[in-house]
Ligand binder design. Structure first.
Ligand SMILES: [Zn+2]
Length: 75
């Protein structure tokens, strides 16, 4: 399975009349609620379904995942 540390490349839209608040175009969840996580979108969200279909997991990903990258590089 593939993972991304953050899912922030979804289309966003302003809340009406609220310059500093954005939401997902598809599921209408606020960006602060989504918080860069795939599961922050609704299960019916087109963006989420597209990524899940592509093999990405809708799981919480912490900063710890970066530690997995540089193992086994030494002789
Ligand atoms: Zn969404």
């Amino acid at each position: 399975m593939m993972k991304k540390p953050y899912y922030i490349d979804y289309p966003q839209k302003h809340f009406e009349g609220q310059a500093h608040r954005y939401r997902c175009v598809h599921c209408k969840e606020e960006t602060t609620k989504i918080n860069g996580k795939l599961e922050g979108h609704l299960p019916s969200c087109a963006y989420r379904m597209q990524l899940e279909k592509a093999g990405y997991e809708a799981l919480s990903v912490t900063a710890k995942s970066a530690e997995l990258v540089d193992a086994d590089e030494f002789d």
